[in-house]
Design a protein around this ligand. Structure first.
Ligand code: SME
Length: 137
């Protein structure tokens, strides 16, 4: 529908804005809980296409956040045993959940080709972004 298209354009714009304006954000995308299935589905993103358009709950950094309902900051992806590699260039990742009425409905996922780049400021920025997204999604 037009409404869905509008929302997707807004999410796409957020991905591009973040990727273009933060040097160490190399891939920015949204994953959403896929209906009542225990899996995530890829939404709008900016950066290289990924094969991982569906991620089961519990799998990888994203799948773990679907269950933990908490930010997950990974300074070194190689040190994680439950990690799904999208690109060999990626060194670090941050995932922040999106809540609507306290329910985890998805997340923003950012990959960085820079080692250990994320600080509390990134978490704050992304929590702000996810709170705004929760209002219109
Ligand atoms: N690295 C993620 C998979 C998604 S890609 O980064 C786009 C993970 O481990 O869940």
């Amino acid at each position: 529908s037009d409404q869905t298209k509008k929302k997707e354009e807004l999410l796409q714009g957020i991905c591009e804005l973040l990727k273009e304006n933060v040097r160490y954000y190399d891939w920015v995308g949204f994953y959403f809980h896929n209906g009542d299935k225990d899996e995530l589905i890829l939404g709008p993103y900016a950066g290289a296409p990924t094969d991982h358009t569906i991620i089961p709950f519990g799998k990888g950094i994203c799948g773990q956040v679907a269950l933990s309902n908490q930010n997950f900051v990974v300074p070194d992806v190689q040190a994680q045993d439950n990690y799904i590699a999208c690109s060999l260039n990626v060194k670090a990742e941050i995932v922040v959940p999106i809540f609507i009425n306290g329910k985890n409905i998805g997340q923003i996922d950012i990959d960085s080709n820079t080692a250990d780049p994320f600080t509390k400021e990134d978490e704050k920025l992304l929590e702000y972004v996810t709170a705004q997204v929760a209002k219109f999604i």
